[in-house]
Structure formats: C-alpha cells, structure tokens
Write a protein that binds this ligand. Sequence first.
Ligand SMILES: [Zn+2]
Length: 124
Amino acid sequence: MSTHYHVASVTSPSVKGMTTMPDDFDFSTHYSVAGREGIAFYAIDFATTSTEESWTFIGSDDDDPEDEANYVYDEPEEVPDLTRVRLVMVGDDHVWTVDVDDCEPIADDAYCPECGQIGCRAYA
Ligand SMILES: [Zn+2]
C-alpha cells in the first residue's frame, strides 16, 4: 500500500476539470512520423489554418438583402490548427506539416543527433 498526496489539487484548483487537449503537444521532444519512419523529427509549432470569410446580415431600416451596407464582413483569419504540427527532420531544414496523430514521441537517445536516423549508433 502507498499513500498518495494530492498536493497539486489543493494548491492549484484550476487543474480540476482539465482534460487532455491537443495543445498539450510536447514541443520539447523528438518524434517519429508515420510514413517517414526511421528519421527523427523535431516540432516547431502548430500549423495554421484560415477561417472562412463571411458576411453576417445585420439589417437596417430597409433590411434590403441586396444592400452590402446591411452586412458585416469578417475577414479570413490565420488561426492555429491544433490538429497539425510543423516539424523538421534532424539534420535537414525542410518543414513538414503533419497530423498530430501521425507523430510518435521518441526517446532522446533513440536517434542519431548527426544524421537523424533512428537506430544509428554513430554517436551512441
Ligand atoms: Zn548517424
């Protein structure tokens, strides 16, 4: 038997109700990417996506649906896409955009820091 002390739940009430969100993606570790196995990647940041432009009808005295003045235009916005991350191969500089689901964290000693190959023992 062991006793667990939940100190964090006492001092950090904000932790309560937290769930594992996609933005928990760990940018401090290296990854193996599905379809490109054998090479270690490091993650830079989340990919971005554009929101749709839209016209929202606000109306006026005449409520003319043909009158542009009766609409508010929302520009497309660049927002983080939390389902995809941008990664770079170790030893390369090409940026890949990959689904978070396709990224598998790997141990720091699982890849070669020189050539990036997983399993290369040149520097082990
Ligand atoms: Zn190597």
